[in-house]
Structures are given as C-alpha cells and as structure tokens.
Design a protein around this ligand. Structure first.
Ligand SMILES: Cc1cc2nc3c(=O)[nH]c(=O)nc-3n(C[C@H](O)[C@H](O)[C@H](O)COP(=O)(O)OP(=O)(O)OC[C@H]3O[C@@H](n4cnc5c(N)ncnc54)[C@H](O)[C@@H]3O)c2cc1C
Length: 395
C-alpha cells in the first residue's frame, strides 16, 4: 500500500483533528497518523473555556460537543483567603476520551484517512515537492509521502526534535488530575472551580464537574514551581484542605488514579515552521501559561495552519510558512502577558485582592471576564495603573 497525501498530520488530538477537518473539507487529501489506538485518554482537566467554544463553532461542532459535555454556569475563582467570584464566560467540561473521539470522527467524516498505531520516527528525505515520513507500527516501519506536514504531537519533546522544530526540550509546567464520581454533589454544583491555595503554591487547584456526575479534580504548577513541586503530596494537601474537595471525597468514588503530564506553554521553545512543515497545538507551546488551558488554542492553531495552506497554496511553502508564522506571532502578546502574570501564584495577597475586588466591583469583574472571553486586553495585570484601577474601582 502507498501512503501518499497532500497533507500528513501527525497527532490526532484537538490540534491535529481541527486541521484535518478544515483541510479535508477544502478538498485536500489528508493522512492523519497517531501512535495511539483510539479512543485514547489524554490526561487533562477537560475544561472548555471561551476560546475552545469559538474554535468549535468555527469547526461547526459546538452543538455536537454540547450534547456530550456538562455546561457550567461559569468559572468560580476562589482566592487564597477564601474570597470568591463567579466569572461569566462560556465554559463546560467534557472528558477528553469523548471529546477527542468526537473530533476524530469529525475529521474522518470530512474525508481524512486515519491511521492509528503509527508512531512518527523521522523524516529521512525531503525536497522541494515532497517529504518522506517514516512511522513505526507494531509490526514494521512504513513510509508515507506528502507535500505538507502538520506536526501536532503535543508536549513530548522527542517528535518535535525529530521534525527539526525543537529549540528547548524542557516544558514549563506540570499538572495532574483524578476522576471522582459523586451524584449527591453533582446535583447542585455546576461551576468550574479554580482554587488558589498554599497547597498548590506556584499554581492552582481545580474542581470541574463533568457529565455523569464525574468530577475532574486536579492541580497544576507553572514556571519554576513545576521543578520543585511534589504533585502527589500537594494534591493530597489540596484535597484535605478545601471544604468542597472534602465534601466531594466524603462519599465520592475515586474512579481513576492521580495522573500527571507536562504542559508546553507560552508559544516558546519551538520553531513554528520549517519549509512545508508547520507545528500546531501544544507542540509549539500553544497552551496558555497562567491558566494551563490549551484545548481551544490547539484547535485554533490547527485551523490557522490549515487556512494558511488553503489561502497561500499557489504561492508555495515559504509563503505558507510566513502567513502561518504571522498568525501565530499575532497571538504572542497575550501569551507574553499570561507568562509574566504567573507571578500572581506567588503573591497570595494580590491574587486574593483581585478575587475579592472582582466579587465587589463590576469594573474588576468585567476586566477578568474580558480576559477569559478574550474581549479585553489582559495587560492590566502587569501595570501599576491597571492594579490601581482594579483595587480602587468603586463599582
Ligand atoms: C493535567 C492537565 C490538565 C489540563 N487541563 C486542561 C483543561 O482543563 N483545559 C484545557 O483547555 N487544556 C488543559 N490542558 C492542556 C491540554 O491538555 C493541551 O493543551 C491539549 O491536549 C493540546 O492538544 P494537542 O492536540 O496539541 O496535543 P495532544 O492532545 O497532546 O495530542 C497529541 C497527539 O499526538 C500523538 N502523538 C504523540 N507523539 C506521537 C508520535 N511520535 N507519533 C504519532 N503520534 C504521536 C498522541 O498520541 C496524541 O494523540 C491540561 C493538560 C494537563 C497535562
């Protein structure tokens, strides 16, 4: 069998599937390869924030995802001192096992050919018109050929290096989660809770209610904190301390072990493009610093790469790479602010003030909502004048 396509996409997570669906809908022949056998479970908090809703709408999948997800009233931010505020923004929780299966189906129904159990091992030959890509299966090695490659392999440095896009192997963040079923608590709790607490110093803990009364509980560490954190011990302390978590655990049933994974955040540490090879999703660090949310931006970068190929196709690889790099660079300022704003994890006083003032003042709450909804510039978090307005806003 010959594996020849216009585009080969390596990795069938949200980034790869969003790109595959977009390109196949536009008439490109797409080979979508993944080392895993699907459905596969990606360790994640499973939260869909506004940018994920936007991307799903663009893919015409919002309605289908809503049917399998647990929509939330909003995001409840809980400060170090217990103060809290509900942020109104499109938010939901859907297990990745189900979400990724749906995204994969949608890529295949658009015409992409899916090849599971194929691990990308390298690009032995490349010239002006084609790449030869090598995959390892359980039985042997196979070669595939395409004019374009989209690398969508997530946080793992190995495939990024094999593709020649890696600049820095180390990831900047780490997070871990566990699933717990509790029908009693699920009856009246439908908010995504983000908890800032000393047990999760250098990051935050979360409790997200998902479908079938199953809660995703987890803890994440950002920047240098991920180097010295002990996720298991911090998770245990987080559970022991937070009243909501205690309530959940009291008569809840743990249905998965605590599982962790690194996060590649901040649009740094990798090149975005090399000739006709474009990196999309978490492999180029498209997961947000500060929040660790990345499903939405993974899909968005997949769509941007597909659109760059579709619109610049006649102008050749250099034009596509330039268009794509420009569109990713346009996201950079926000990522930069989020990266710098990670200092908040180490300033409990400021974080609590922000939450407390957001609860009291409409101006401050709107600023925070605007940040999550991507309708407001988040730079207010980094300036003295921004903080003065937040802390002294009257309404
Ligand atoms: C604990 C935790 C909690 C998180 N919580 C949230 C959250 O609540 N909300 C949110 O938006 N984001 C969250 N994230 C981030 C989110 O998981 C990622 O941003 C998102 O999965 C990135 O999507 P992707 O498609 O780029 O990569 P992935 O989803 O990682 O998909 C990569 C795919 O590539 C395949 N692959 C890897 N290597 C190879 C290879 N060599 N050959 C072939 N295939 C390969 C993998 O099997 C996989 O299917 C969390 C992350 C962690 C670790």
């Amino acid at each position: 069998m010959r594996y020849v396509y216009d585009v080969i996409i390596i990795g069938a997570g949200p980034a790869g599937c969003a790109a595959a669906r977009t390109l196949a809908n536009a008439g490109f022949s797409v080979g979508l390869f993944d080392k895993a056998i699907f459905p596969r479970d990606k360790t994640c908090g499973d939260a869909l924030i506004p940018d994920a809703h936007q991307a799903l709408k663009k893919l015409d999948l919002m309605e289908r995802v809503t049917k399998i997800s647990c929509p939330a009233k909003g995001m409840r931010l809980i400060g170090f001192d217990g103060s809290n505020v509900l942020i109104r923004a499109n938010s939901a929780c859907v297990p990745r096992l189900k979400l990724d299966a749906l995204l994969l189906d949608s890529a295949m129904e658009a015409g992409s050919e899916f090849l599971p159990g194929h691990e990308f091992v390298g690009i032995p030959d490349e010239d002006e018109s084609n790449y030869r890509i090598e995959f390892h299966t359980s039985a042997n090695f196979i070669s595939a050929q395409a004019h374009w490659i989209l690398l969508a392999t997530g946080a793992d440095a190995v495939p990024i290096e094999r593709a020649g896009l890696l600049l820095r192997a180390e990831c900047r963040s780490f997070a871990a989660r566990q699933y717990v079923r509790n029908e009693r608590v699920a009856k009246d709790f439908n908010e995504l809770a983000f908890v800032f607490d000393h047990s999760a110093k250098g990051g935050y803990g979360w409790i997200f209610p998902g479908p079938d009364a199953i809660f995703n509980i987890g803890i994440g560490f950002f920047g240098s904190a991920h180097k010295y954190c002990n996720p298991r011990r911090s998770f245990e302390r987080f559970i022991a301390k937070l009243p909501l978590a205690q309530d959940l655990m009291r008569d809840g049933k743990i249905i998965s072990p605590l599982k962790g994974a690194p996060l590649r955040t901040g649009l740094s540490g990798t090149r975005f493009a090399r000739g006709g090879l474009l990196g999309i999703g978490e492999c180029i660090g498209s997961t947000f610093p500060l929040t660790g949310e990345g499903i939405g931006k993974a899909m968005e970068t997949g769509i941007l790469a597909a659109e760059s190929i579709m619109t610049q196709y006649d102008l050749g690889r250099a034009a596509v790479a330039q268009a794509y790099t420009r569109s990713i660079n346009a996201l950079q300022p926000k990522f930069e602010v989020y990266r710098k704003a990670e200092f908040l994890f180490n300033w409990p006083f400021l974080t609590s003030q922000l939450v407390r003032h957001a609860a009291r003042s409409e101006y401050t709450r709107r600023k925070v909502e605007g940040m999550f909804n991507e309708t407001d510039d988040p730079r207010f978090l980094l300036t003295l004048s921004g903080w003065m307005r937040i802390l002294f806003a009257n309404r």
